[in-house]
Each structure stands twice: as C-alpha cells, then as structure tokens.
Design a protein around this ligand. Structure first.
Ligand SMILES: *[C@@H]1O[C@H](CO)[C@@H](O)[C@H](O)[C@H]1NC(C)=O
Ligand SMILES: *[C@@H]1O[C@H](CO)[C@@H](O)[C@H](O)[C@H]1NC(C)=O
Ligand SMILES: *[C@@H]1O[C@H](CO)[C@@H](O)[C@H](O)[C@H]1NC(C)=O
Ligand SMILES: *[C@@H]1O[C@H](CO)[C@@H](O)[C@H](O)[C@H]1NC(C)=O
Ligand SMILES: *[C@@H]1O[C@H](CO)[C@@H](O)[C@H](O)[C@H]1NC(C)=O
Ligand SMILES: *[C@@H]1O[C@H](CO)[C@@H](O)[C@H](O)[C@H]1NC(C)=O
Ligand SMILES: *[C@@H]1O[C@H](CO)[C@@H](O)[C@H](O)[C@H]1NC(C)=O
Ligand SMILES: *[C@@H]1O[C@H](CO)[C@@H](O)[C@H](O)[C@H]1NC(C)=O
Ligand SMILES: *[C@@H]1O[C@H](CO)[C@@H](O)[C@H](O)[C@H]1NC(C)=O
Ligand SMILES: *[C@@H]1O[C@H](CO)[C@@H](O)[C@H](O)[C@H]1NC(C)=O
Length: 474
C-alpha cells in the first residue's frame, strides 16, 4: 500500500494503528426500538362496490369511494373495502376511524388530470388524511399514482416530467400530485400494501404523532425525479419496518420544515434508489433527534446514508446499525456521488443558518462502493462526536462515470473537483473510528489519491483504533 500515503502532518490526530480488541460499548440500548402502536382493525365493513363503485379502471369511482368513507366515518369508523378491480379516482379524503382495505387484486388508480386534485397544491394526493386519528391503509392490494402518465419525455438519465405550474397553484418543475398523505394525524398505520408509480413523493407523513408503516412495498420508476419513497416530516414517534423500497428518488427521508422530528426507527428494510437510500434533509429548519436505522440492505444506490443539513436544524442521537451498502455512480444530474456514507452540514445559501450534527453512531456497517465516505461540517455547523465501529468499506469502480467530484448540493459549494479519498473530513470536532477495514480491489488504486483526506485546521480530535488498510482479497 505504498501508494497510499497518510497526511500525517496533522498533529491533532491520535492514530493508533494497533490491533486492539475493542468491546462494543457504544452499541447503546438507549435507542430502544419503539413498539408498534396497538391498533385493532375495526370490524364494521363498507364495500365501495355497495356504494356504486364500478372498479373498471375507466370510469371515475371518486364519489362512490368517498360515500363509502363518509358512511364508515359517520358510523363511528371501520373498514372501507375494495374488492378486486381497478378503481380510478380523484383525491379520496380519509376520515378518523377509517381504514382502507384494498384487497389483493384491487388497485386504486390516481387520476392524471389537474381537476382530480384539490385547489391547493399542498393537498394534491391520491389518498389524503387531514387531522384524522386512527386511520390506516392495508389489504394486500395496490395504490398506483400512474406516474408514467406524468412523464413528458422518457430519458434514462432523468425523465422530463409534466409540471402543473401554469395554473399558479405552484411554481417550478415539481408541481405534481403525491400518492398518499397523512397531515396532522394521530395513530396512523400503513401496512401490507403496495404503493406504486407515484407522480411525485409516495408516502408523506406530516406533523403526525404515532405512525407505523410496516410490510409496505414501494415501487417508483427509476428514472423519475422526486418520486421519494417515505418522507417523514415534522413528526414524532414513527416506526418503519419490513419495507421494500425500489425507487428513483430518496427512499426514507426525514425532513423538518415547521417543527422537529423525534423518535424515528426504520428497521429490516431493503432499498434501491438512484438517490439516497436514507436521507436526513435537505429541508432541515428544526431538530432531528433520536433516530435509529437498523438492519437495512441498500443495493446499487447513488448514495447510501446521507445527511444534507442546510437550514440550521441541529441533528443528534442518530444510530445506524447492521447496514449493508452498495453504491455506484449514476448520472450527475442526480444528487449523490456513490458515497456509502455522506454527512454534511452547510448553509443552503447566504441567508441560511448552520446546524450542527452530533452524537452519531455507525456500527456494523459493510459497504462496497465507487467512492469514499464524505464527512463535512461547516464553520458554525460542526460535526462532533461521530463514531464508526466495525466498519468495512471496499472500494471498487464498476461504472465509467468520471470520479473526482465532491457533491455539496443542494446549495453550498455545489459540485467541486477534488482528489479521491477513502474518507474525506472537514470541520469535525471528535471522531472515533474503531475496527475499520478499508480495502481496495486489486489494480484499482489508480483512481484513489489518499485513504484519509483532511485539513488539520478544520478537523480536531480524531482517533483511529484498529484501523486496517489493505487490498481486497476474496
Ligand atoms: C454488531 O455485530 C456484532 C457481531 O455480529 C453483534 O454481536 C452486535 O450485537 C452488533 N451490534 C449492534 C449494535 O447491533
Ligand atoms: C388541520 O389542522 C390545522 C391546524 O389546526 C388547521 O390549520 C387545518 O385547517 C386543519 N385542516 C382541516 C382539513 O381540518
Ligand atoms: C414549469 O414546468 C416546466 C416543466 O418542468 C419547466 O420547464 C418550467 O420552467 C416551469 N415553469 C415555471 C414558470 O415554473
Ligand atoms: C414532537 O415533539 C416535539 C418535542 O416535544 C414537539 O415540540 C412537537 O410539537 C411534536 N410534534 C408533533 C407533530 O406532535
Ligand atoms: C421519544 O421517545 C422517548 C422514549 O420512548 C419518550 O420518552 C419521549 O417522550 C418521546 N418524545 C416525543 C417527542 O414523543
Ligand atoms: C433483517 O431484515 C431482513 C429483511 O430485510 C429480515 O429478513 C431479517 O430477518 C432481519 N434480521 C434480523 C436479525 O432481524
Ligand atoms: C441549533 O443549536 C444552536 C446552538 O445551540 C442554537 O443556537 C440554534 O438555535 C439551534 N437551531 C435550532 C433550529 O434549534
Ligand atoms: C469486516 O470484515 C472482517 C474481516 O473480513 C469480518 O470479520 C467482519 O465481520 C466484517 N465486519 C462487518 C461489519 O461486516
Ligand atoms: C472539473 O474539472 C474539469 C476538467 O478540468 C472541468 O472540465 C470541469 O468543469 C470541472 N468541474 C467543476 C464542477 O468544477
Ligand atoms: C475527543 O473526543 C472524545 C470522543 O469523541 C471525547 O471523549 C473527548 O473528550 C474529546 N477530547 C477533547 C480534548 O475534546
């Protein structure tokens, strides 16, 4: 490994290249998994076909479905059942106490006309619950946003999408309906359902309290921008487990716009995405606190674990455990540069505040990736107390996309040409790495400049214990 030189001039670095057997004390039990909320499936049943729904996929069933939901809610709650069939619909408004039971063989198809959605663009969903309690969706069937009908031009780099921006309801190129939204709800449960082809974000949880999402399968077109999997916004006590997410844009994405996020766990999931598999931000005006991600497999994604903190919110108490990652380059029009782990805080623009990121633990992580780990705080938004324990990263190139760019998007410095490093570090105070294997595939060194890259003036108190560099051997 003579070609891999450490920038050892950094005095502050305490680099202990010894083979300690390190006990795994940081695997704390304070992040106990939040139990799934108790929730009994109501027995009263209202079938949409009894209310006149045709289920032929051609006629709009909106009023019949809504009549069934309203009758169910007025009767004190229950299930609204969709027998096998295709139910084309405009926005369905869920009400308290109602669980949609979309049976196996049934598909709820979101309309593709602007008039199918409410006037205000923030209420554009195929299924929408506002300020409701005890609501859910289940049944083994499908909700399909017919996202391909919103593709103006297919492009395997990135599709060009329709944007309903001429109406003044919203601006820019992201004016399309989301699939399922719970806004200001309590006791939300989404389980045993397939969410397909959203035109925009897929499952959106906003200002909710107690949400469980389990055994959900999400599929979005790989080349469609903004078709995020699960966006958790300004919500507390959310549990995501046993989900399968295969999509173009970010898969599990906590954000803070109007309030903080406390207590989110995501476990036992499989993810593939052309963006970040797990992404905190980039909307980040408030705190992110006490988040746990465990037993997650991330496959062929553009970025594995990402923090894009841009708006001054502070992030702390975040654990990633037992995560397998493979990342690769895709077209640079998508954010991400094949980083298995990407932790950044910087001001989105000159008016934005800088948030700090602290107490973050990565334990039992193994990654194969085309690019290195990127850890970058900013002057007023330091990264502190980061721990990496039992981490194996194997570097291997298998696409032809050019390397040597670091990605600060959105905002900040944008894309910057930079030498390649196993771990790049900026603006950090306190980083411990214990039991790390950093390995390079044979004959692949030529792409790489340094295992570790840091400017001592911005990086303090770094400790490495049992840090091994080697070539990868099968
Ligand atoms: C990490 O992996 C080790 C060995 O498989 C296991 O004993 C330990 O419980 C894991 N730690 C966490 C936090 O899951
Ligand atoms: C939901 O609650 C919020 C906050 O109280 C309120 O502003 C909004 O109008 C409510 N929405 C509906 C549809 O009741
Ligand atoms: C409207 O959306 C189109 C298509 O995405 C985009 O090219 C255009 O810039 C948008 N126009 C405005 C005024 O936002
Ligand atoms: C989440 O908890 C925080 C801290 O208690 C609180 O400020 C916030 O309003 C809560 N959010 C919701 C949606 O209940
Ligand atoms: C977060 O979870 C902890 C532990 O279960 C609980 O004590 C706390 O009240 C929760 N926070 C919020 C804002 O609900
Ligand atoms: C991890 O998640 C997978 C599903 O992705 C599941 O099959 C497996 O049992 C989980 N492992 C543990 C230890 O829970
Ligand atoms: C983040 O922490 C800093 C330093 O404690 C504090 O000044 C700032 O108000 C916090 N930001 C938010 C959005 O709470
Ligand atoms: C890392 O690799 C070592 C040696 O190949 C192996 O013993 C260890 O289990 C691996 N750890 C993880 C988290 O994959
Ligand atoms: C990176 O460097 C290349 C070659 O020098 C140049 O063409 C390209 O514009 C640079 N990209 C950025 C983002 O600076
Ligand atoms: C260095 O970091 C370690 C662990 O993050 C912490 O315990 C210690 O107090 C820090 N030392 C200094 C001098 O800041």
């Amino acid at each position: 490994m003579a070609s891999l030189l450490f920038p050892v001039s950094a005095i502050i670095i305490c680099m202990l290249l010894v083979f300690l057997s390190v006990s795994e004390t940081a695997a704390s039990s304070k992040y106990d998994t939040i139990a799934l909320p108790q929730y009994n499936l109501p027995t009263a049943t209202f079938s949409v076909t009894d209310f006149g729904a045709a289920g032929d996929g051609k006629r709009y069933d909106t009023s019949h479905i809504q009549a069934a939901v309203d009758a169910c809610a007025d009767a004190g709650g229950g299930r609204v059942r969709f027998p096998p069939g295709d139910y084309l619909t405009a926005t369905i408004f869920l009400r308290s106490g109602v669980v949609l039971e979309i049976e196996k063989g049934a598909r709820v198809l979101g309309g593709a006309r602007l008039g199918d959605y409410p006037l205000e663009s923030w209420r554009w969903y195929v299924v929408l619950a506002e300020n409701a309690t005890d609501v859910g969706i289940t049944g083994g069937g499908v909700i399909d946003g017919q996202g391909m009908k919103f593709v103006q031009q297919i492009n395997d780099r990135k599709n060009i999408m329709v944007s309903w921006n001429t109406t003044g309801a919203c601006y820019g190129d992201e004016c399309r309906p989301r699939l399922v939204g719970f806004l200001g709800c309590q006791n939300v449960r989404v389980w045993n359902i397939r969410l397909m082809e959203p035109a925009y974000w897929c499952l959106h949880i906003v200002r909710c309290q107690k949400t469980s999402i389990h055994d959900v399968s999400i599929y979005g077109d790989f080349d469609t921008p903004n078709n995020d999997g699960i966006d958790i916004e300004d919500s507390n006590n959310t549990v995501i487990t046993r989900c399968h997410i295969d999509t173009g844009d970010d898969a599990i994405c906590p954000k803070t716009y109007t309030g903080p996020i406390y207590n989110l766990t995501a476990t036992n999931c499989w993810i593939r995405t052309k963006s970040s598999a797990i992404k905190l931000g980039s909307a980040s005006s408030f705190a992110f606190k006490n988040l746990l991600f465990d037993n997650i497999t991330i496959v062929d994604s553009h970025r594995g674990i990402g923090f894009q903190i841009r708006d001054g919110g502070n992030v702390s108490g975040i654990t990633f455990s037992n995560i397998k990652i493979s990342t690769r380059y895709y077209d640079p029009s998508w954010w991400g540069r094949a980083e298995p782990i990407y932790v950044t805080s910087c001001p989105r623009d000159s008016n934005a505040a800088e948030g700090s990121i602290s107490d973050v633990l990565f334990v039992n992580i193994s990654a194969v990736s085309e690019n290195g780990i990127f850890l970058s705080g900013s002057k007023q938004g330091l990264l502190s107390n980061l721990k990496f324990i039992n981490v194996n990263v194997t570097y291997r190139r298998w696409t032809d996309f050019p390397a040597g760019l670091v990605d600060y998007r959105p905002g900040c410095q944008g894309l910057v040409n930079h030498s390649m490093a196993g771990i790049m570090m900026e603006h950090i105070d306190g980083l411990v790495i214990e039991n790390m294997n950093m390995r390079w595939f044979e004959n692949e060194y030529k792409h790489w400049d340094n295992p570790l890259d840091l400017r001592p003036s911005t990086v303090h108190n770094i400790s490495l214990f049992n840090f091994q560099l080697d070539r990868y051997q099968q």
